[in-house]
Design a protein around this ligand. Structure first.
Ligand code: DHB
Ligand code: FE
Length: 286
C-alpha cells in the first residue's frame, strides 16, 4: 500500500532558477527565502519519499488559451521542460511514474473528475522550480505525477472542487497496491499580481489567515469564491488552488511541521510549508 508521508507547499517564482544558477542562496535578498528549505531537506531525508504528486498550474508552455483543460494528469515516464523565456537554465528532465499515473487517472474518472490524460506533457517552472528547491542535488531521487490545475483562463475550478480533487487523489493513493512513499506538493502563490492596475499587490494578513486555516480547517476557505480570492490575493494568488488540492490529498491527521513566509520574492509573497500526514496505521504504531 502506498503511504502519503505529507505535503509541501512552495512558491514557483522563475527568478529562483536564476538565483540557483548564480549560486545566490546566501545573498541578503535570497537567504531568508532559501533558509526556509533547510527544514524541507531535513524532512525529506527522514521521510524518503519515492514519488511526488505535484499539483501545479501551467503558464503557457504545454497548454495555451486555445486549449486549456481544467484538470490534466501526466501519464509519462519522463517529463521535459523547455525555455519559457524567463532567462533561466532549462531544467533537466524529471522521471515520471506512468503506472501510478494511470491508477490515479482511473480513480479520478471513477470519482467523476473527467481529467485530460497527457502521455506527453511539458512541465514548466511551476514544477521545475519547487523540484530544484526541494532536491537541489545533481540527480532527481524521485519520480513525479504532475497534475495540472487551470489557474489562468476563467472560469477556474472552485477552492472546494480542488479540495475534493485532492481528496480523490488521497483515496486513490491509499488504494495503490505498491509499497510507495508519497509526498504531495502544491506549488505557486501566495498572494501576487503580475500585471494590471494592482501589479505588485500582496496581502500578508490574508496569506497568514490561509496558512492558519489550511492545516486544520481547509473547508473554511471554500466559502470564498474565485472572484473573492482574486480580490484578496491578486490575480495570480489563485495559484492557491494547487495548495488546496495538496491539502485535500492528506488523508490522515495533518500538522504543520514548518512554515517560512517571506515578502517579497520578485512580485510574490513566498510561503514554504511542510505538513505531516499521520495515517491511522502510523498513529497505531507510534
Ligand atoms: C512570478 C510569480 C509566478 O507565480 C510566476 O508564475 C511567474 C512570476 C513573479 O513573482 O515574478
Ligand atoms: Fe505562477
Amino acid at each position: 500500500m502506498a503511504t502519503i508521508v505529507g505535503g509541501v507547499g512552495s512558491t514557483h517564482v522563475p527568478a529562483i532558477g536564476k538565483a540557483i544558477a548564480e549560486k545566490k542562496q546566501n545573498d541578503p535578498y535570497w537567504m531568508p527565502f532559501f533558509k526556509g528549505f533547510d527544514y524541507v531537506h531535513y524532512w525529506l531525508a527522514r521521510t524518503r519519499p519515492d514519488v511526488a504528486v505535484v499539483f501545479y498550474n501551467d503558464h503557457g508552455l504545454n497548454f495555451f488559451l486555445d486549449k486549456l483543460p481544467t484538470f490534466a494528469v501526466g501519464a509519462a515516464n519522463e517529463y521535459r521542460s523547455e525555455d519559457e523565456g524567463w532567462g533561466i537554465p532549462v531544467s533537466r528532465p524529471i522521471p515520471g511514474d506512468a503506472a501510478l499515473s494511470w491508477h490515479l487517472i482511473n480513480a479520478l474518472v471513477a470519482d467523476e473528475f473527467d481529467v485530460t490524460i497527457c502521455q506527453e506533457m511539458l512541465i514548466d517552472h511551476a514544477v521545475t522550480i519547487p523540484m530544484a528547491l526541494m532536491w537541489p542535488g545533481p540527480v532527481w531521487p524521485i519520480k513525479i505525477v504532475p497534475i495540472e490545475i487551470n489557474t489562468v483562463q476563467h472560469p477556474l475550478p472552485s477552492l472546494e472542487r480542488c479540495l475534493k480533487l485532492g481528496r480523490s487523489i488521497g483515496r486513490a493513493l491509499e488504494s495503490y497496491e505498491q509499497d510507495l512513499r508519497v509526498v504531495v506538493i502544491g506549488t505557486g502563490g501566495l498572494s501576487h499580481q503580475l500585471d494590471g492596475a494592482r501589479a505588485g499587490f500582496i496581502n500578508k494578513e490574508f496569506d497568514l489567515l490561509c496558512l492558519d486555516k489550511i492545516v486544520a480547517e481547509p473547508e473554511a476557505l471554500t466559502r470564498y469564491s474565485i472572484h473573492d480570492w482574486v480580490k484578496e490575493t491578486g490575480s495570480q494568488g489563485v495559484e492557491f488552488l494547487n495548495w488546496m488540492a495538496m491539502r485535500g490529498a492528506l488523508t490522515g491527521r495533518v500538522s504543520e511541521l514548518n512554515r517560512n513566509y517571506h515578502i517579497p520574492i520578485s512580485n510574490t509573497a513566498a510561503a514554504t510549508v511542510v505538513y505531516e500526514n499521520q495515517t491511522e496505521v502510523a498513529r497505531k504504531a507510534a
